[in-house]
Ligand binder design. Sequence first.
Ligand SMILES: NC(=O)c1ccc[n+]([C@@H]2O[C@H](COP(=O)([O-])OP(=O)(O)OC[C@H]3O[C@@H](n4cnc5c(N)ncnc54)[C@H](O)[C@@H]3O)[C@@H](O)[C@H]2O)c1
Ligand SMILES: [Zn+2]
Length: 368
Amino acid sequence: MIHKVHISLEPKPRSYDVLIGEGALRVAAAQIASLCRRKVLLVVTDETVAGLHLAALETQMATQNVKIRALILPPGEATKSFGQLEKVCDFLLEQEMERGDCLAAFGGGVVGDLAGLASALVKRGTGFIQIPTTLLAQVDSSVGGKTAINTRFGKNMIGAFHQPKLVVADLGFLQTLEARQWRAGYAEIIKMACLSDERFFSWLEQAGPNLLQGSSENLDEAIFRSVQGKAKIVAKDELEHEVRALLNLGHTFGHALEAEAPGQILHGEAVAAGIGAAFSLSVDLGLCPSAARERVLAHLRAMGLPASLGEAPGGPYTPSALVLRMQSDKKNQNGNIHLILCRNIGDAFVTSKVSSSELLHFMEKELV
Ligand SMILES: NC(=O)c1ccc[n+]([C@@H]2O[C@H](COP(=O)([O-])OP(=O)(O)OC[C@H]3O[C@@H](n4cnc5c(N)ncnc54)[C@H](O)[C@@H]3O)[C@@H](O)[C@H]2O)c1
Ligand SMILES: [Zn+2]
């Protein structure tokens, strides 16, 4: 069965669908073809995904007489760079991409964020679709139109909002994903439940361990519910003026970890440790019952994820260095660190009331 989530945006023609399920690509092939003016689909992907799955994409699109022209980049977070952005833009210009043409970001969040940004920039905006192949990209990064690259000043510092025209999340691609990558993607599912949906979190406590063992029936339900949750938030606040900021639960801590240990910690692992930290800080500040924190930490650990800054791979981390990184986060305003904290599971809120010294004190405790 293929689930469909509609991402509703104003003005309406910018709205689009997310198709989720095993075989979603086959179901979507005709729709993708209809977006390709010249019967050519330009594809940006990485070496790993190209090796495993590009032939399948070619086969599906051949059924619609659509040819693939692919740019294959090195895998990994370092690919979200100015250098690779230039390569993608050059590729699109060489291929004479026009507004009516279609680019597919075929890969994980790295390919999606980079190709999406190139698509926003080339000729001031061309059409693109997302065909996410990691769990993280299927539940989170392919939906909602945030695109970005990293710079030496931090993660996602150069970016744009640019919505895709279609997202095709085919569960079949996930079968080749490494276990560590799989768990990292699951962290964004936990995030979604923690920030707005306690019932979803309870369901995950039951279903999560089966998902680790590859139960695809529950997996498409988990992806579907995550995307539904994100769709509601993006429809309310596409450009992150208010409620969309909640999707950054765990990310201010997480981005600091990623910046301190590039290449040693995955985005989802950093987010997991950050969610644990957000709950622990909320409890320390007397804002959240400790039973809620215990449930969240227990589920993170049950799924093989770090549940605190001290458990995050890539350490040891220095408290003051992390606080410094958090002070340069792009969500901050007037020098105040913006944090997402929780009153309970499913009840997140934004605050700028935690001072740097309180944060430092908390970090020192977390990182002993
Ligand atoms: N735009 C957003 O809203 C948003 C949201 C969350 C995360 N992100 C970004 O997403 C990025 C992380 O995404 P990611 O975890 O998908 O990382 P990724 O794109 O680096 O993919 C992880 C690894 O898995 C490999 N891979 C991809 N698909 C595979 C498959 N089907 N089988 C086997 N291997 C496969 C890739 O080659 C890569 O080595 C970060 O840069 C993060 O900032 C963006
Ligand atoms: Zn994330």
